[in-house]
Design a protein around this ligand. Structure first.
Ligand code: ADP
Ligand code: MG
Length: 300
């Protein structure tokens, strides 16, 4: 029943990363802009990008989504979130962006409580790449510029190149002036993801929230998305909702969530050898990468 609200949440989270995105979104959704109280607060300055949840509790009315979550994403690391559907992973993202206010506890970035700063500065330090990135019914260029509205043409192209998007954009009839929205060329899932990556590249935010796609891409597109993501993650603090075995294997730390709490933490090998809930999840969740799973069970 909450699916439309959840979609709206993602939509906002996707667009909020820069003021122009925020403005455009409020215009589109006819929602009130950030309240005065928040905009009077100082700017959040992020130096390293360490994220910490301290005993965070949050519910969506009836449903308790986070139930005293304690967790850290270390600066510059890749931290993977795994857990069954409903464990609270997406809620973690929404709360970092302050789409909702927490009920108890605190969320800190570099030791600073995110409630003490204005939302615009918070969101400008966060780039988000999810599986259903919203594209405006505008040109490709404008859609990438949402990452940083004052960027030059050269910077847009550089971001697109790093995102492995330049090549397909160039092949479109009007190149960067082609329409990216529903009224324009139909873009594939992989192409949309690469535009989202280009946007995030351009924003150069120190914190990256990444929700990996669950829907399968063709091998070539998958490869291009993965190499672009690897470039994007470099030098940032990345929190990733992981759906691929390769991602959890490469993560510096994996946090296993269950019922809004931290159940287990460690590297893939550590958690796998513990033979607990994580291993059980691995066997259930990462079935789309069969070959790798087989390597695992043979003790590689
Ligand atoms: P995950 O991403 O791990 O699947 P979520 O963070 O989406 O988990 O959900 C955590 C809990 O909160 C679940 O019980 C889910 O049903 C509930 N929930 C998530 N979003 C909403 C919402 N917008 N309204 C009401 N309940 C929600
Ligand atoms: Mg989710």
């Amino acid at each position: 029943a909450y699916e439309p609200i959840k979609r709206l949440a993602r939509f906002q989270v996707n667009l909020n990363t820069k003021l122009v995105g925020v403005r455009l979104m409020y215009e589109l959704l006819d929602m009130p802009e950030e309240n005065q109280e928040s905009s009077d607060k100082p700017n959040l300055v992020v130096s390293n990008g360490r994220i910490e949840f301290k005993k965070v509790e949050f519910d969506y009315g009836e449903t308790k989504a986070l139930n005293g979550l304690d967790m850290v994403a270390n600066a510059g690391d890749v931290t993977a979130l795994v857990g069954a559907s409903g464990a609270g992973k997406s809620t973690v993202f929404s709360l970092i962006e302050r789409f909702y206010e927490i009920d108890k506890g605190a969320i800190l970035i570099d030791g600073q409580d995110i409630r003490d700063f204005n939302m615009e500065s918070l969101r400008s330090n966060i780039a988000i790449v999810t599986q259903d990135t919203f594209l405006f019914d505008r040109t490709i260029r404008e859609n990438i510029l949402i990452g940083r509205p004052d960027a030059t043409d050269e910077e847009v192209i550089e971001a697109a190149k790093n995102a492995n998007a330049h090549e397909f954009i160039e092949k479109m009839e009007k190149g960067y002036d082609s329409n990216a929205g529903e009224g324009g060329t139909r873009l594939s899932g992989g192409q949309r993801q690469r535009l989202a990556i280009a946007r995030a590249m351009l924003s150069n935010a120190p914190i990256l929230l990444l929700d990996e796609a669950t829907s399968a891409l063709d091998a070539e597109s998958e490869n291009k998305v993965q190499t672009a993501l690897a470039r994007l993650m470099k030098g940032r603090t990345t929190l990733v909702i992981a759906h691929r075995l390769a991602t959890v294997r490469d993560a510096d730390t994996i946090h296993v969530l269950s019922h809004g709490k931290l159940l287990e933490s460690g590297t893939h090998n550590q958690l796998y050898e513990m033979d607990g809930y994580y291993r059980h999840l691995c066997e259930l969740q990462f079935t789309n990468t069969k070959e790798e799973t087989q390597e695992d069970s043979s003790g590689a």
